[in-house]
Design a protein. Structure first.
Lengths: 200, 200
DNA sequence: GAAGTTAAGTGGTCAGACCAGTAACGGCCA
DNA sequence: TGGCCGTTACTGGTCTGACCACTTAACTTC
């Protein structure tokens, strides 16, 4: 006897239903009552399943309107996870270290893969650390890495604000222009890592 | 009027309750009926909030027994996310690249910070890639980095199984013993990165 | 034709009922 | 005494039906 819990079963059934119907972001799901009716379960079970899908960022519910597919990539889930993880001083230290390490990697990757178009995009970025660096990470053409960085940056902004002189941005831009991995890394270490290690 | 949804409000209240009571893994939460009574909400709202906490891997419910705090680090959430996120080939490529980059960093960090005790712990590890490397990442003494690696590894295992000859583990161990960052990196690139880039 | 009104449908919430497990208590028998 | 076995009270799991708050669209009215 599997005696699987109904709301879990329902979760997967709805998930399958979404796939088979090929629902796209913005599309509407059947109403809770209809789902309950169609899947032959109680409405409360449907709701518990929908909560899970919502937390996963797959759907969005609007009171009075219905339940809709959500644009992929939104991550209130991540925000939530953060508030659970990020509590002590040790966690903050780890966060800073991890963020710095990953940024240095991204810088190197970006140097290897930078297209002229993306270079210009970076150059046009405001002189704000997170905006500038987001474009650098985007230039790595690795979406997963971007996601990780965005998460780290989200957390980071709750803890710290980093402002750098405009020399940093200018020097970095010329280094990227030359695709000089060593130079970019050196600048990063000089401005960012040194500053962070001092304050810590 | 915020008219915040009750189940979300309840979610945070339970979360606060857990923190304030300092509940540890294995500890029991009040029953659903008592929570509903104490927080003056319906039981269904409590249940929807509990489903979220369960999905986050914070609690575990056992029919007939109650609701319990879960040992930290278990994350069926991650498995779930994986099945949603990890669908295309591009995602897989990103995953592999990211995992390799982070592992190489961890290797370097570990070299710098490796204590004799942890070295022995690594040496005693089975010759399984993930077990071995988990101990390496643990040796970095950066818990966040460990979490990230665990997530990546979870995803990775759904896609690929990596087996290496025992020479790899032996050579790596001697490199770590010497705390030679360059040697460890070289071995890693030789065995792991080459293999992965070939198969890809 | 435009503005206001109404009705139907939707998610959000609650209360109450019942089912299905668990654990602990107490009484029974060997 | 020591081990077995119901009984019982409690737990999570599920369903139902009832409201509420809100949106939309159709309908009425001017």
């Amino acid at each position: 006897m599997t005696t699987s819990k109904v709301y879990i079963e329902t979760f997967w059934q709805i998930h399958r239903m979404i796939e088979e119907a090929g629902l796209q972001p913005g599309d509407r799901l059947p109403s809770e009552r209809e789902l309950a009716d169609r899947l032959r379960v109680g409405r409360s079970s449907v709701r518990e399943a929908l909560r899970a899908l919502e937390l996963l960022g797959l759907i969005e519910t609007r009171r009075g309107e219905g339940t809709f597919m959500k644009p992929f990539g939104d991550h209130q889930l991540i925000q939530l996870l953060g508030s659970f993880i990020l509590q002590g001083n040790r966690e903050k230290r780890d966060l800073i270290e991890t963020k710095l390490l990953i940024e240095r990697i991204c810088l190197q990757l970006a140097c290897e893969r930078l297209t002229d178009q993306k270079l210009e995009h970076i150059a046009r970025a405001e002189h704000t650390y997170d905006l500038f660096f987001q474009r650098v990470v985007e230039a790595t053409d690795n979406y997963l890495l971007l996601r990780i960085w965005l998460v780290l940056n989200d957390f980071f902004e709750h803890v710290y604000t980093l402002t750098l002189p405009s020399e940093f941005y200018e020097q970095m831009r010329t280094a990227l222009q030359k695709r000089s991995c060593e130079e970019a890394t050196a600048i990063y270490e000089q401005y960012v890592m040194q500053k962070m290690s001092k304050e810590n």
